[in-house]
Design a protein around this ligand. Structure first.
Ligand SMILES: Cc1cc2nc3c(=O)[nH]c(=O)nc-3n(C[C@H](O)[C@H](O)[C@H](O)COP(=O)(O)OP(=O)(O)OC[C@H]3O[C@@H](n4cnc5c(N)ncnc54)[C@H](O)[C@@H]3O)c2cc1C
Length: 400
C-alpha cells in the first residue's frame, strides 16, 4: 500500500488552476450572459491537455493516465463546476468510448479533435421515457438504407448537444430485440440534416454549457460511423458509463471539497454572539463530517482510477465511488448550507451553485438507486458487477 500521490499530480492540478484563472474566470460571466457556447475556452482546455490524459500521444493525448483524469476532474469541479461536464463529452464517455470500441480508422478520425477541444462531443443515450432503464425506454430507431442509416426519435438531457460536432448516439437497429437491438453511432450533427437540439431551461446550472432535448428526423449516419457491430450498442453504453462514473465521482469529490473549504472559511470569519461560528460544537460536527467524508470519497475514486489504470475490471469500483461521492457531496452541500444559512441562497455566494451541480451529478451517469441496484445485486451474488472482460482498444499500440 502506498498513499503517495503520483509525481506529476501537483503539476497537473496547477495546470487546471492556471486554465481556470486565465481562461475561464475572466470570460465566464460574458458567456453566461449571452448564453453562447464557449468554444474558445474548451479549445484552450484541450490545448492545455486537460482532456487527453487517458489517450496515447499518437492521438494527441498526454498518456498521463486515469489518476490524472480524476485529479483534473476534481480540481476543475472544485473551481469551475460548469466546465466539469467537458470531462465526459471531451474525454471519457465520448472519445474514450470511440478509442475503446471503434476501429483504428475511427479513432484516428475522431479522437484527436475531440481531446484537443477542436470538436465538441456528446453522449446521447437518455430519452424522454427514462434514463435509468435506457434500453427499455429507448424509442429512437436506426434503419439502414444502403450505405447509411436514418435515425428517427428523440433524446433528452443531452449535454452539449446544441454545440456538438462529433458525438455518440444510441438507437435501435432491431426494436424487437430489446438490449440486443441497440447500436452505437458516431454522429456529426453539423454535417447532416435532420438533427435539432434545444437547451432545456434549468436555472441554477450554466446558461452557456447546456443539456438539451434532441430531435431526429431522418437524420443520416454513414454505415462507416457505426461503432462496433449492430446490436453491440448497449454493452458499449454501459462500458462508457463506467468511465463516466469515474469523472462524476471525482467531480462530486471536488464539489464536496469546495463545500468544506468554503464552510471552514465562513466559520472563521462569521462572528455570532461575540465568537467565531467555528467555535460552536454543533457547527464543528458539520465540519468534522466533511473532514472525514471528503477524503474517503476521494480514496474510493482513486481506487476506481487504479482499477482502470492497471487494466482490472472497474464496474464495482466505479459504482462504489460514484454512489459514495454522491452521498458525501450531498451531505457536504447540506452542511455548508446550514452554516451559510441565508447566504446559502444568495447568488453572490458559492453554495447555491455548488448545490445545483451536486444535485445534477447525483442523477447523471446513473441515479443513486441505479448504483444501489448494481452494488446490492453484486453483494448478494445475483449479478457480479465485474463479470465483463475489460475492453481494450482495437489496436494495442494506440495505447500504452
Ligand atoms: C443536467 C443533466 C445532464 C445530463 N446529461 C446527459 C447526457 O449528456 N447524456 C445522457 O444520455 N443523459 C444525460 N442525462 C440524463 C441522466 O443520465 C438521467 O436523468 C438519469 O439517468 C435518470 O433518468 P431519468 O431522469 O429519466 O429518471 P428515471 O429513470 O425516470 O428515474 C426516476 C426515479 O426512479 C428511480 N428508479 C429507476 N429505476 C428504478 C428501479 N429499478 N428501482 C428503484 N428505483 C428506480 C430512479 O433512481 C429515480 O429516482 C443528464 C441529466 C441531467 C439532469
Amino acid at each position: 500500500m502506498d498513499f503517495e500521490l503520483p509525481e506529476d499530480h501537483d503539476a497537473i492540478v496547477a495546470t487546471v488552476r492556471r486554465v481556470v484563472e486565465t481562461e475561464i474566470a475572466p470570460a465566464l460571466g460574458a458567456y453566461e450572459t449571452s448564453g453562447e457556447f464557449p468554444y474558445p475556452i474548451i479549445r484552450r482546455m484541450g490545448e492545455a491537455g486537460l482532456f487527453g490524459a487517458a489517450f496515447p500521444e499518437a492521438l494527441g493525448g498526454t498518456d498521463a493516465g486515469f489518476f490524472a483524469v480524476v485529479a483534473i476532474a476534481e480540481e476543475l469541479s472544485r473551481l469551475a463546476p460548469e466546465f466539469g461536464y467537458a470531462m465526459n463529452q471531451q474525454s471519457m464517455t465520448c472519445p474514450l468510448t470511440i478509442l475503446n470500441w471503434g476501429s483504428n480508422a475511427q479513432s484516428e478520425r475522431f479522437v484527436p479533435d475531440l481531446i484537443a477541444g477542436r470538436a465538441i462531443g456528446m453522449f446521447a443515450l437518455s430519452e424522454p421515457g427514462g434514463g435509468s432503464d435506457a434500453a427499455g425506454a429507448m424509442k429512437t430507431t436506426a434503419r439502414r438504407h444502403g450505405d447509411s442509416y436514418r435515425l428517427n426519435g428523440s433524446k433528452q438531457w443531452i449535454t452539449f448537444a446544441n454545440a456538438c460536432d462529433t458525438g455518440l448516439l444510441f438507437a435501435k437497429t432491431d426494436p424487437a430485440a430489446g438490449h440486443a437491438g441497440i447500436s452505437a453511432f458516431v454522429v456529426e450533427p453539423k454535417r447532416r440534416p435532420g438533427y435539432a437540439a434545444h437547451p432545456i431551461a434549468m436555472s441554477g446550472l450554466s446558461n452557456c454549457l447546456r443539456s438539451c432535448a434532441v430531435f431526429l428526423d431522418d437524420f443520416e449516419v454513414a454505415v462507416e460511423n457505426r461503432l462496433g457491430g449492430e446490436g453491440e450498442g448497449f454493452r458499449i453504453a454501459m462500458n462508457a458509463l463506467e468511465y463516466g462514473r469515474l469523472t462524476v465521482a471525482a467531480r462530486l469529490t471536488g464539489l464536496a471539497q469546495a463545500c468544506f473549504e468554503h464552510a471552514v472559511a465562513y466559520c472563521r470569519s462569521r462572528v455570532i454572539r461575540g465568537r467565531p461560528l467555528g467555535e460552536y460544537q454543533m457547527i464543528q460536527q458539520l465540519i468534522a463530517d466533511m473532514a472525514a467524508d471528503v477524503p474517503a470519497a476521494r480514496a474510493l475514486t482513486w481506487k476506481a482510477a487504479w482499477c482502470m489504470q492497471t487494466g482490472r475490471p472497474a464496474t464495482r469500483a466505479a459504482a462504489q465511488a460514484k454512489y459514495f461521492a454522491g452521498k458525501v457531496a450531498r451531505q457536504a452541500a447540506q452542511g455548508a448550507a446550514e452554516i451559510f444559512a441565508g447566504y446559502a441562497l444568495a447568488d453572490d455566494y458559492p453554495i447555491k451553485k455548488i448545490t445545483a451541480y451536486v444535485n445534477m451529478l447525483t442523477v447523471g451517469e446513473g441515479t443513486p438507486n441505479v448504483q444501489r441496484i448494481l452494488l446490492a445485486e453484486d453483494a448478494l451474488g445475483i449479478k457480479p458487477a465485474d463479470r465483463h472482460p475489460v475492453k481494450k482498444p482495437a489496436r494495442g499500440d494506440l495505447r500504452r
